[in-house]
Design a protein around this ligand. Structure first.
Ligand SMILES: Nc1ncnc2c1ncn2[C@@H]1O[C@H](COP(=O)(O)OP(=O)(O)OP(=O)(O)O)[C@@H](O)[C@H]1O
Ligand SMILES: [Mg+2]
Length: 1021
């Protein structure tokens, strides 16, 4: 705030305590006027906020504004209602003390608007969870609903609160709004049935008629024309330019939903509102003593809307129940009585429904989380403002009485806080004289007697007649008598004189509703009315408390509530009576300044000292003005401030030092200090600029140096890390080696801690080696040598591996290859190690035919059989003759080119002889019983192993093959024998020897050749 002092000429002072001429009302009002012109509607008196209604929308309530005031010290920002709201919120949180904000001012001064702004501020700035958001919405939405049902257009204010409202906002320990509670004070019920000229009934009636959908109005039996309803025509003011009933209706409907009304409840609520309008239109006629209702339609609607019996209602509206000598009698009402009974019912129905509405809202705002019952509260008081009309009645009396009490409270509390602060600070208190002791009208004057309003007036004269603030026509001087009626009394309130007309005081205070009307309402099927009119009420014989007494009691409770909390004040001022923006009516404002006691407030605040600040705040702001306190004061704060003010040349009468604060008596002292600060700031800025260049170079150097140091530090640190890592690895390696050696030493022992690592390692290495070197095929016999511990397991694994390879080989083998292998197996069984040229045959695949292409036909036959070229030796001369040997299913056939030369049935084949040497000669021994045969057959084949194997297989003579050493004897025919002699030699030779034998020279040691067939065989394996 101090920073704004230099701009004071243009916008006055932000705090009235800084006014030089603080006793001057003119200076006060001038300050208000200057600021008002600049749209600065808020000004402080110390901690009290004075607010002037701008009657126009100012751009000062945006979210940005809310942010600006959030959590900021009261004095650091320009005056605003948000600063007050925030200050209360922070005090509540830091001091854990319940707060209340009292908003006062006359009707139309802006109290309700102020309370809405505060609520909006909390809704925006306070932390919120999902549940809290619902409560925030309900808190905000409770306003349009309550305003619709409890506000009305008056001559003073288009949206005048006709009820008092105190609202508690409950905050949890995190500072989130979690609940709320509203207490309502005396609704101005008389407005339901009567309005002064230029005024309206409660907004809700017009909203319903203007905004209600066609269907809804039809169901309620209403017309879209307020002029049709007696209760809406009294003020002759159905339309107000500043009010849009239609859009307000939409807002209210939405708000009801947010608050938690279901469709049935809304319907029942609107039924009641409509029924009040219908009640107003109930007309009486007939003769005196025999009053009747002239229109049936209203009764029909009423019966339906109120959920009561039409005939019973009609009787209750025209008769009064009297109990005489224990008997109930129905006494007819006269016209006047019937009308007032009807109006009493309307007021009762509306008034009680309003209270029900408040309770319903309270239920929706109830803080439900039982686990945190411990909440803090900020209370907002927005009550009907002080008002004076031409005709003032009981309601104005109550409203003004209430304002009087609040003003009294304000004075008491502000005085008290001032006194306490001065005493706490050890400063001598200078008592301030101020006016404003206002008498309280004793409720005795309102207590019903058996007399009329006029006898009540007389009683007033008797009892309080001597009071300086009370006067009646009878007691007044001649001048006053001219402006007073005989049925009036005048009270001098803090806010001015008000003449009250006593007519209706007794009735309104009694607030009576005939018993039979109550009974009808108790029978209502409308659930809301059912709750409003309790049957117990009927049996309660005790006379209910009067309206004024109830009101007085509720106000006393309100005072208690307010006294128990830390108060903040907002004093609202109305700038003109015509609700115009920019019009500053000095007379009107002076009047308010006076009765609100703002000058007294200021004087009290300035009684000693205009300005007070905590030492730390003062020192922080002005320390640059003294070399001893700049840049920092190291000693005690009080000494620092004393040094500072001494240096500034403060005179002893200009200031006082308290325990924690400095008090400055005159604003000019503060202004001088503030100006010195401005000058100092400039010189400091110049110095700073001059020093900046050097400083920035220095700064660069420092930055570089720091970077260099940092780099070195990082390098050292990194090297350390690497070295530590290396050392750790070395340690681990040494450990492993040590364990390994120990294990090797103990390797033959049973498994023990010393050798378990080694044994495991050896096993692991063997298995890994095996894994890398498994045999690739069945012929590969390599296998790593296992350690002793794994010898058995290794053998199992080897067998498994072999089985597996064989199995997979067999799976892949083709039928042709299988046949080949079977033949080779038989050949092996027959000749292996028995005949010298067997090994040469192994790699050669057996084929079905070995004939050249010239033997095409035989080749074709070989599909079923086997053909092979052979050499046949004659039995006598052993002459060699080329032939083809054909093996069929039953016989071996010798063919010369295409001529069949000899057939040997397998059944006639006795045996086959062959030498053990390396030659191709063999003899087929044929049975001599077969006459077709000429004797045994001597043949030679280049593929003797293959040929003999096939003959053996085809003729099934595997066991009849004889392998002979040296010679073979065979039958030539007719009992004659031939002999073949075999000798080894270097060249194969077959010839007839001199001894008549066939001499065969067999080859010696023929080298093994690696044929394709053999390599293919290996590959297959
Ligand atoms: N801060 C504001 N900014 C703009 N307009 C305002 C402000 N405060 C009040 N007003 C205008 O003044 C009118 C009256 O204000 P409000 O209803 O708050 O008065 P009140 O003090 O509550 O009166 P009553 O005692 O009759 O209820 C508002 O309807 C609004 O038009
Ligand atoms: Mg209001």
């Amino acid at each position: 705030m101090e920073s704004a002092l230099t701009a004071r000429d243009r916008v006055g002072v932000q705090d009235f305590v800084l006014l030089e001429n603080f006793t001057s009302e003119a200076a006060f009002i001038e300050n208000l006027r200057k600021r008002f012109k600049e749209n600065l509607i808020y000004t402080y008196i110390g901690s009290v906020l004075v607010s002037v209604n701008p009657y126009k929308d100012l751009e000062i309530y945006t979210k940005n504004h809310m942010e600006r005031y959030r959590g900021v010290n009261f004095y650091e920002v320009s005056p605003h209602i948000y600063a007050v709201a925030d200050n209360s919120y922070r005090s509540m949180r830091t001091e854990r003390k319940d707060q209340c904000i009292l908003i006062s001012g006359e009707s139309g001064a802006g109290k309700t608007e102020a309370s809405k702004k505060i609520l909006q501020y909390y809704a925006f700035t306070c932390p919120a969870s999902e549940q809290v958001q619902t409560i925030k919405d309900r808190l905000l939405q409770s306003n349009p609903v309550l305003e619709a049902f409890g506000n009305a257009k008056t001559l003073r204010n288009d949206n005048s609160s006709r009820f008092g409202k105190y609202m508690d906002i409950q905050f949890d320990f995190k500072g989130a709004p979690v609940g709320g509670h509203i207490i309502n004070y005396l609704l101005e019920k008389s407005r339901v049935v009567h309005q002064n000229h230029g005024e309206r009934n409660f907004h809700i009636f017009y909203q319903l008629i203007e905004g209600g959908e066609e269907d809804l109005l039809r169901a309620l039996g209403l017309e879209r024309n307020p002029q049709q309803y007696q209760y809406l025509v009294k003020g002759n003011c159905p339309k107000v330019s500043s009010i849009n009933d239609r859009s307000d209706w939409k807002m209210v409907r939405k708000a009801l939903t947010v608050i938690g009304f279901n469709e049935d409840e809304v319907e029942e609520l609107l039924n009641i509102i409509a029924s009040v309008l219908h009640l107003g239109n109930v007309q009486y006629g007939g003769e005196e003593g025999n009053v009747c209702i002239t229109s049936d339609t209203q009764i029909k609607y009423l019966a339906r809307l109120l959920g009561v019996n039409g005939a019973v209602l009609t009787e209750a509206l025209t008769h009064k129940k009297i109990i005489a000598k224990g008997e109930e009698l129905m006494s007819p009402l006269n016209l006047e009585q019937a009308s007032s009974a009807r109006d009493a019912l309307s007021k009762a129905v509306y008034g009680r429904t309003f209270t029900w509405l408040v309770n319903k809202i309270n239920a929706s705002l109830t803080y439900t989380d039982d686990s945190h019952k411990n909440y803090s509260v900020i209370g907002l008081l927005d009550i009907y403002g002080f008002e004076v009309f031409q005709h003032n009645s009981f309601e104005q009396f109550c409203i003004n009485y209430c304002n009087e009490k609040l003003q009294q409270l304000f004075i008491e509390l502000t005085l008290k806080s001032e006194q306490e602060e001065y005493e706490a600070e050890g400063i001598t208190w200078e008592p301030e004289k101020f006016k404003g002791i206002i008498s309280i009208l004793d409720e005795e004057c309102l207590r019903p007697g058996d007399a009329s309003d006029l006898t009540f007036l007389e009683k007033l004269e008797d009892t309080v007649g001597g009071h300086a603030h009370f006067v009646t026509h009878k007691l007044a001087d001649a001048k006053t008598r001219k402006v007073m009626g005989r049925d009036e009394f005048r009270l001098l309130h803090y806010a001015g004189e008000v003449n009250y007309n006593v007519n209706g005081f007794l009735d309104k205070n009694n607030d009576l509703l005939f018993r039979n009307l109550k009974e009808v309402m108790c029978m209502s099927e409308n659930k809301i009315l059912n709750q409003c009119f309790d049957r117990e009420e009927l049996s309660d014989k005790k006379r209910p408390e009067t309206a004024a007494t109830q009101f007085k009691a509720s106000l006393a409770k309100l005072m208690e509530i307010l006294m128990s909390k830390e108060p903040s004040y907002i004093r609202c001022i109305k700038p003109n009576d015509s609700k115009q923006a920019g019009r500053f009516d000095e007379v009107l404002i002076r009047h308010q300044v006076k009765y609100l006691g703002l000058m007294e407030n200021l004087r009290v605040r300035r009684a000693g000292f205009a300005y007070r600040r905590r030492y730390e705040v003062f020192l922080q702001r002005y320390k640059s003005l003294c070399p001893d306190t700049w840049p920092n004061w190291q000693g005690k704060l009080a000494d620092g401030v004393a040094t500072l003010v001494k240096h500034l040349g403060y005179k002893p009468e200009e200031y006082k030092l308290g325990r924690s604060k400095i008090f400055i008596r005159f604003p000019k002292t503060l202004f001088a200090t503030e100006e010195a600060l401005e000058t100092r700031k400039h010189s400091l800025a110049t110095k700073l600029q001059a020093g900046w260049r050097g400083y920035s170079q220095m700064y660069l150097f420092v930055i570089m140096y720091i970077t260099y140091l940092a780099a070195i530090a990082i390098q050292a640190w990194w090297r350390g890390i690497l070295a530590r890592r290396r050392a750790q690895r070395r340690r681990q390696a040494a450990d492993t080696i040590r364990r390994f050696i120990k294990g090797f030493i103990y390797r033959h022992r049973e498994r023990c801690p010393e050798n378990e690592y080694f044994l495991d390692y050896v096993r692991y290495s063997f298995l890994m080696k095996l894994h890398r070197n498994l045999p690739k095929n069945v012929l590969d016999k390599s296998w790593p040598t296992p350690p002793a511990a794994l010898a058995e397991a290794s053998e199992h694994l080897r067998k498994l591996c072999m089985q597996n390879m064989v199995w997979s080989y067999c799976k892949k083998i083709s039928p042709e290859w299988k046949h080949q292998m079977e033949q080779k197996m038989i050949a092996s069984e027959l000749f292996k190690d028995k005949k010298d040229n067997y090994p040469q045959s192994v790699p050669k695949l057996f084929v079905s035919t070995r004939l050249s292409t010239t033997f095409f036909l035989l080749q074709q036959m070989s599909c079923e059989t086997c053909t092979v070229p052979v050499t046949k030796y004659d039995r006598k001369g052993y002459k060699a003759r080329p032939r083809q040997l054909l093996l069929t299913a039953n016989s071996a056939v010798i063919i010369e080119e295409t001529k069949l030369k000899q057939r040997i049935d397998y059944g006639a084949l006795k045996g086959i002889s062959v030498s053990s040497l390396s030659d191709g000669l063999f003899v087929l021994h044929v049975s001599s019983d077969d006459n077709k045969q000429k004797g045994d057959v001597v043949l030679q084949s280049d593929h003797v192993i293959e040929t003999l194997t096939k003959i053996a297989i085809c003729s099934d003579k595997i066991n009849s093959i004889n392998i002979n050493q040296g010679s073979i004897t065979f039958t030539v025919g007719q009992g004659k024998e031939g002999i073949i002699d075999f000798t080894p030699g270097s060249e194969l030779l077959v010839a007839k020897a001199k001894n008549g034998h066939l001499s065969v020279v067999s080859l010696l040691n023929l080298p093994h050749s690696q044929s394709d067939g053999f390599s293919k065989l290996k590959a297959e394996m």
